[in-house]
Design a protein around this ligand. Structure first.
Ligand code: ADP
Ligand code: MG
Length: 378
């Protein structure tokens, strides 16, 4: 894991006046394919990436929580009995939300001192929030002597995000941050919650390009899209769009039909992409990425002109295999499969042309697939 945890331990000591006991670290993620399918009980295929959030922690004798965001240079101080929403929002709500979710499942926690730092870009669609939640849950459980299966921890963190961040996210982000594996993508059936590790083929790099168009899910049509999908399922008499067929959705009114058509076709693309990854079939992967992006842009209407431009530039850049919008949309990042030997040149080419066309400073991240949340002695 790459984050500078020695620096984090020093920051903990400077803030709290003694050394931390444990460091928990959890990765951000990029979704290769399967967008807006998670909350529709469908399929997703994320990769946990080598950008992480780390939490240094030590238990306390009392029930106080003293939290410190190194990156924001901000503090928080409250009692465990009082882990309610902080009126200022921001990172403090994740600390309170994770504590609340753990306490609400009847776990006995000690008070903690903790310091947080990370290098997952925030609000870019790489799920820094789930990385933060899993690192917090891992740290707090370690400090309290609690062992929880990674999957249970992820489910608790999802509840925290629903209740404290106001984002009705599916399970993808927390599962990726908890269950990701080095060199592998994580296929998730969001209905059964079954997962499957899918080895990434040799010779392919994952390049994430951040459009730097700011995006906050709580303030975008993300929750509205969720409602539209639920409405489409209801109109079809189904529990979710997972079981909808191509012919069924033709009866829906126009906007709902286009949303549902994206979800149904995207699920099929995830299954096809899983097979193509196993086969190292780059041609098929490229086609599936292109279809996914077009469907998100035209049918689901979750793209932006800047993201569409990044995809167009990527498709003409050296080493390109496939490019598409990733994450909730409405800004954020593209995910690109690129021939590994060209990854750097690819990123540079797209970013410089993007700057020429928009004046925006996009950023390319060449990513490795890493393990999910880990706790170690500090
Ligand atoms: P995303 O998950 O796409 O990055 P979100 O808006 O869901 O975007 O979550 C971003 C929020 O998570 C930040 O505004 C901040 O409150 C919190 N966060 C993420 N990383 C850190 C960090 N290193 N330190 C403190 N808070 C963080
Ligand atoms: Mg998030």
């Amino acid at each position: 894991m790459p984050a500078d945890t020695a620096n984090l331990a020093r920051a903990f000591a400077a803030q709290h006046g003694y050394e931390p006991r444990f460091i928990a670290e959890a990765p951000g993620r990029v979704n290769l394919i399967g967008e807006h399918t998670d909350y529709n009980d469908g399929f997703v295929l994320p990769v946990a990436i080598d950008r992480t959030v780390a939490v240094a922690v030590a238990p306390r004798e009392d029930t106080r929580v003293r939290a410190h965001s190194v990156d924001h240079d901000q503090r928080d101080d409250f009692s465990l009995d009082n882990a309610r929403r902080h009126p200022m929002g921001g990172w403090r709500n994740y600390v309170r939300g994770v504590l609340w979710a753990l306490l609400d499942s009847q776990l006995h926690l000690s008070g903690v001192d903790l310091s947080i730092s990370g290098d997952v870009p925030q609000g870019a669609g790489l799920s820094s929030s789930a990385a933060l939640e899993l690192a917090l849950a891992g740290a707090i459980c370690a400090a309290s002597g609690i062992e929880l299966p990674a999957r249970d921890m992820a489910l608790l963190c999802q509840r925290a995000e629903h209740m404290y961040a106001g984002v009705q996210c599916g399970i993808m982000d927390q599962f990726a941050a908890a269950l990701g594996r080095e060199g592998r993508a994580l296929f998730i059936d969001c209905q059964s919650l079954e997962t499957e590790d899918v080895p990434l083929p040799n010779g392919v790099a994952i390049v994430v390009i951040d459009s730097k168009v700011p995006r906050e899910l709580a303030g975008t049509p993300y929750n509205r899209r969720r409602d539209e999908c639920a409405e489409a399922a209801r109109a079809l008499g189904l529990a979710s769009l997972r079981s909808a067929t191509e012919s069924q959705i033709e009866s829906l009114p126009d906007a709902l039909r286009r949303r549902a058509r994206h979800v149904v076709s995207e699920n099929a693309r995830v299954l096809a992409a899983k097979a193509a990854l196993r086969d190292g079939d780059f041609g098929t992967l490229g086609r599936l990425f292109a279809e996914s992006h077009a469907s998100l842009r035209d049918g689901f209407e979750a793209s932006t002109p800047e993201i569409d431009l990044l995809v167009e530039l990527a498709n003409a850049a050296p080493g390109a295999i496939g490019a598409r919008l990733t994450g909730g949309g409405f800004g954020g990042c593209t995910v690109n499969l690129v021939e590994a030997s060209e990854a750097q040149r690819f990123g540079d080419a797209v970013v410089s042309q993007y700057r020429e066309r928009t004046g925006l400073d996009g950023e390319a991240h060449v990513c490795r697939a890493v393990d999910g949340m880990q706790v170690r002695d500090a």
